[in-house]
Design a protein around this ligand. Structure first.
Ligand code: CS2
Length: 496
């Protein structure tokens, strides 16, 4: 079958949209670190729309840090790939042209560094997942004992961490043309711009105080909130897309119709017209980010752990369960909303209803295990920050504590039928050690996992209102299973 590329565009069926601008002539102005499915389904689509509406050299060079897979799939296609929007009302396919180059750090370090240092590169965006920043999730500080950070400080010319790569590129720019770029974190982290700024400055200070000062003075790190549900692409997705296009695309991405991008407008060297593509340029992203992290991502993680333990492979199956929907609504209503300041003009009731509907999209098989990954890196900003706010105000945390207990039960690595759970997490070996030591003792297991300071900090394990509630739920999960425990939790709601 013919391969997707510019020469194949004209032959595509009329129903398949394609770039509405001369993508081949667009110069590269953005380097994206972490060119996974989310970036290609969300921020690269906004850029594609923006380029169609306002010409500019804002093409994207995507960089993979860990694997050559995406590069090997997209480079032969001249950067082109299909965005497949899937909903109960059908599918919409569109070839995206904003990615103009894809590199792999492992064997194209020189090309990548040149692109990062090139004065025409004015923005570096990142989606490297929560664990990619080598930080301590509980404190937000750079983890200098992280092996990648240790490697980079010892060999600053050949960094492997995103923080090290940014610092090396900025150092080379400082000592050559002197032009900075904007760093735009697009990961689900709280105050992600200032968080990444702190990490890069902490790293730079260890290397060169002058570099740290220059970065602090010239480089901007605006925060953003990104939202689109993007399950991992399956072989079936690729086959169905080839059949629809009539050409082979090795790297389609599948996603929901919904998308949102709130961005602080603080760019030191310009930006694409993303607002013309529907992005929201705001003075303060924090309210948007808290709403999204605490309503969507907390519910997602709760569904992932408790839903998986209840025997559900996909989120839409969990969202079809009346008790789980009641649990999600109760968690949002009683324990998240009181901690939020809703941005002006936002209908938060409609937002919550939309979340339930989005999770229930049966056309989008989003695996519970995909969302369950890296829980130690996700829980602090999705659930524990909300717990802290509620404890400070002496408000309930029952549903949040059940989500944490669900994570603990999942982290044990054995499901309710005794089958192994493949737990994917930077701390998975620690989980396995704790589970082996306390397999049949949920009290001791809960205490041991609460002792993970990188996740829970010092305060939460010491607060009996939280620790005791989590352990009580963990005991219930062991005794009755997740489905019955969720049913019991919602049975306690007065209006259920
Ligand atoms: C999910 C997110 O995998 C996960 O942790 O909760 O990727 C979620 O799909 C996105 O944040 C939605 O915008």
């Amino acid at each position: 079958m013919r391969r997707l590329g510019f020469a194949a565009l004209q032959a595509l069926p009329a129903a398949v949209a394609r770039p509405q601008y001369e993508a081949q002539s667009v110069g590269i102005g953005i380097v994206h670190l972490g060119i996974g499915a989310f970036h290609r389904a969300q921020t690269a689509v906004y850029s594609d729309d923006a380029l169609a509406l306002e010409r500019g050299d804002w093409g994207i060079c995507g960089v993979s840090l860990r694997s050559s897979d995406v590069r090997d799939r997209i480079a032969p296609q001249e950067g082109l790939y299909t965005s497949v929007e899937k909903s109960p009302s059908g599918e919409r396919r569109r070839v995206i042209g904003s990615v103009r180059e894809v590199l792999f750090l492992g064997d194209q370090r020189h090309e990548m560094h040149s692109r990062l240092v090139d004065a025409r590169t004015r923005i570096v965006t990142l989606t490297i997942t929560e664990k990619g920043y080598c930080h301590d999730p509980a404190t937000g500080r750079l983890n200098f004992s992280h092996p990648d950070i240790g490697h980079d400080l010892a060999d600053a010319e050949h960094p492997i961490s995103a923080v090290g790569l940014l610092a090396a590129a900025l150092d080379a720019r400082r000592s050559s043309h002197g032009r900075p770029f904007t760093v735009l974190c697009c990961d689900n982290l709280p105050h992600n711009g200032s968080l990444v700024r702190g990490l890069v400055l902490a790293y730079a200070e260890r290397r060169d105080q002058g570099l740290a000062r220059w970065i602090g003075k010239h480089v901007t790190f605006p925060s953003t909130m990104v939202d689109r549900i993007v399950p991992a692409t399956t072989r079936e997705d690729v086959a169905a897309n080839d059949a629809a296009l009539g050409v082979h695309d090795a790297a389609p991405v599948v996603h929901e119709p919904f998308r949102q991008w709130a961005i602080e407008d603080d760019f030191c060297a310009g930006r694409p017209a993303w607002e013309r593509a529907g992005a929201q340029l705001v003075d303060d992203v924090a309210p948007f980010e808290a709403m999204k992290l605490r309503l969507l991502n907390a519910s997602h993680s709760a569904f992932a752990y408790l839903g998986y333990l209840s025997g559900h492979e996909y989120i839409y199956q969990v969202a079809a369960e009346r008790d789980f929907v009641a649990y999600m609504r109760g968690l949002m209503r009683d324990e998240v909303l009181p901690t939020l300041s809703i941005p002006a003009g936002v209908d938060v009731a409609a937002y919550q209803n939309a979340l339930v509907e989005r999770f229930g999209n049966p056309a989008l098989p989003h695996r519970t295990q995909q969302i369950a990954m890296d829980g130690s890196q996700k829980l602090p900003q999705r659930i524990l920050a909300t717990v802290r706010d509620n404890l400070a105000a002496d408000r309930p945390i029952d549903c949040l504590a059940l989500a944490v207990a669900g994570w603990m039960r999942y982290a044990e690595g054995v499901d309710e039928s005794g089958r192994e759970i493949k737990v994917s997490d930077p701390l998975s070996s620690e989980f396995a050690r704790v589970a082996a030591a306390h397999r049949s003792d949920p009290q001791a297991l809960g205490r041991a996992l609460l002792g993970l300071r990188a996740v829970f900090g010092e305060d939460l394990p010491a607060d009996a209102r939280f620790a005791d509630k989590v352990i009580d739920w963990l005991k219930a999960l062991h005794a009755d299973g997740a489905a019955r425990t969720v049913a019991r939790a919602v049975g306690a709601f007065s209006n259920y």
